[in-house]
Ligand binder design. Structure first.
Ligand code: SAM
Length: 268
């Protein structure tokens, strides 16, 4: 993704990002499915590590059997379908893009699992209070202007003891210019920032580069207890990037910088 200079006429951030996702959805899902051979099912991974992972300490992992799971900003529904395959009681995905929801429903039908996909905004969902045990969101909240409103909504729909897991592009990684591999702005410049995803698309993606501390503090403000902060590289061996280049970043730089930032927070 290359960046355009910030313009002040970002109009309504949500409406602009919704148009972007409707226009980009087919191209984005094609990336998800790029390695799917003919006759194979496309990927639908469950986003939480299994119970044997050392990332959990004792009895932290929620019981999936009987759990109600929601994916906030479900895109093509991979995590929601993955949750249904893991045996949760109910699996629900929400997204504001009609085109993304169409892909999600078609993935569900391919797998033949029980999952529901509904239209809505992550800051104002149609769900009842205390409806879910697990809320997951993958690479959505960096597009949200009012992050506390989004976290409050996740908090509202989760039951006591419920687990909220989300990830965003790591704000440190996002600081580098892929052309020069140099820092291109301050870590403290939160945005909004326009990303030109594809020159054929009319819309840019409008994003917010919140620091790790800002995300943490917004969770505290919305009454979550933070249990984990995980910072994962794409790959940590520079040699692996020879066969799997990431944008135009140099392997020795990108292997030293976390690609994604994940929070696990609990309703206590
Ligand atoms: C990068 S995709 C992530 C989806 C999925 N986790 C994945 O990895 O493909 C971001 C998704 O968030 C959705 N989204 C962005 N802002 C949203 C909002 N305010 N309310 C609902 N969905 C939103 C977009 O439509 C898009 O489907």
């Amino acid at each position: 993704m290359t960046e355009r200079p910030r313009e002040d006429n970002t109009d309504d951030v949500g409406a602009a990002n919704q148009r972007l996702w409707d226009a980009w959805s087919d191209g984005f899902q094609a990336m998800w499915n790029a390695d799917t051979a003919e006759g194979e099912l496309p990927p639908a991974p469950f986003p939480l590590p299994d119970a044997s992972s050392s990332e959990w300490s004792t009895d932290e992992r929620p019981e999936l059997d009987g759990a109600d799971f929601v994916e906030l900003g479900c895109g093509g529904g991979q995590a929601t379908v993955g949750a249904a395959r893991e045996g949760v009681e109910t699996a629900v995905g929400l997204d504001f893009s009609t085109a993304q929801l169409r892909h999600a429903r078609s993935l569900r039908n391919l797998y033949g699992v029980d999952a529901e996909f509904v239209a809505g905004d992550v800051t104002d969902t149609p769900f009842a209070d205390d409806a879910f045990d697990i809320a997951y969101s993958g690479w959505v909240y960096f597009m949200i202007e009012d992050i506390e409103a989004a976290f409050r909504e996740a908090r509202r729909v989760l039951r006591d003891g419920g687990l909220f897991v989300f990830d965003v592009p790591h704000p440190f990684y996002e600081l580098f210019d892929p052309e020069t591999n140099e820092l291109e702005r301050s870590y403290h410049a939160a945005g909004p920032r326009r990303n030109n995803i594809d020159h054929d698309l009319e819309e840019d993606m409008i994003v917010f580069d919140r620091t790790v501390g800002e995300l943490h503090n917004a969770l505290v403000e919305t009454e979550f207890t933070v249990e984990r902060v995980l910072e994962h590289p794409d790959m940590d061996d520079p040699d692996e990037y020879e066969d799997n280049p990431v944008d135009s970043f140099q392997p020795d730089l990108v292997s030293m910088v976390p690609r994604s930032l994940q929070f696990w927070a609990r309703v206590t």
